[in-house]
Write a protein that binds this ligand. Structure first.
Ligand code: SME
Length: 316
């Protein structure tokens, strides 16, 4: 599985070298983002009149590193309170920015920014925008510090060791747990054809492994979602098409990640203790026949690592 994010962190030579050290980062490419002329050259961007920011395109595997971890690392490499200046480099081309290609990443970006803001007394000035355009920089800028080990770098070299030595252990551990769980489900349900029995044990395994607040299915019956089976406190029994997180996941035919249920319009609060949620559609012959719904008592419990593995589980 692969996801992407575009990060502007001052001079892209050092920024790329930093980001490529992080375990789970699949590739990096430096370029110019969110400017206003086609095909900009480095010289044009250098005039600081094109609107472009020096940016690193980061491709990563969300089952090995979360966006939240990547952004926490990114904040180690920038002064997020400094406008248009990082180290000795100044100009709008050196502004800091997080540019996303999936709007579903926005809640995670906001979460990371809010968390980072608590570490500063000054307001953050990191730009957060959808990516509007990106042009790769000329070849000699790519992997600049690998090809020029003594080249200019605005970041201290210790940061590169820091990036190499800090794995996203939470995501790695989560992936190991899901892999084990899938093997358990497959072993337990080998030869079993009863969907209800399989779902009941899948709930039990998920709930016991991760100690979620609520783990269960809603199945499509008579054009609504009907409760069961599940593990956890009592829950509402009927959910209309398009209602709440569950009905929306059914309607939009996609997994919904809700880092903060209070931010989800129309969220159905079966329990006041639930703070974040994930809902994964379950399909049979291409039709949605149920949703797998999991609630957590903590904010932002679920990310793309969970969606990847729970989508695998939902095929069982
Ligand atoms: N929160 C869900 C309702 C089901 S409970 O979480 C168990 C929703 O908004 O659809």
């Amino acid at each position: 599985m692969e996801k992407e994010i575009y990060l502007a962190a001052g001079c892209f030579w050092g920024a790329e070298h930093f980001l490529r050290q992080i375990d789970g980062v699949l590739s990096t490419q430096v370029g110019f983002a969110n400017g206003n002329i086609p095909n900009p050259s480095y010289e044009q961007v250098y005039t600081d009149t094109t609107g472009y920011a020096e940016t690193v395109h980061v491709r990563y595997d969300p089952t090995r590193v979360s966006l939240l971890f990547l952004l926490r690392m990114y904040f180690k490499a920038i002064d997020p309170t400094s406008l248009n200046r990082q180290g000795n480099d100044h100009g709008t081309r050196y502004r800091t920015g997080i540019y996303y290609t999936s709007p579903h990443d926005l809640p995670f970006i906001r979460f990371a920014l809010d968390e980072e803001a608590t570490h500063h007394s000054k307001p953050l000035c990191v730009e957060v925008e959808p990516l509007s355009n990106f042009y790769p920089a000329e070849e000699y800028h790519q992997n600049y510090l690998i090809n020029n080990p003594d080249g200019y770098c605005h970041l201290p070299v210790q940061l590169f060791d820091y990036a190499r030595n800090n794995r996203d252990l939470d995501t790695a551990h989560k992936t190991e747990q899901y892999q084990l769980l899938l093997r358990q489900i497959d072993a337990l349900c080998q030869g079993e054809t009863d969907t209800l029995a399989i779902r009941a044990n899948t709930c039990a395994l998920l709930h016991e492994t991760f100690h979620f607040w609520w783990t269960g299915y809603y199945r499509v019956e008579n054009n609504e979602l009907l409760l069961g089976p599940f593990q956890g406190p009592v829950a509402c029994m009927h959910i209309p098409f398009g209602a709440g997180v569950c009905g929306t996941a059914w309607k939009e035919k996609r997994t919904l990640l809700v880092p903060d249920v209070e931010q989800f319009p129309g969220h159905i609060a079966c329990s006041a203790a639930s703070r974040s949620e994930i809902v994964v559609p379950v399909r049979a012959d291409g039709t949605i026949v149920a949703v797998l719904d999991i609630d957590s008592q903590h904010l932002a419990t679920f990310d793309h690592c969970d969606s990847y593995w729970l989508e695998q589980i939902a095929t069982r």
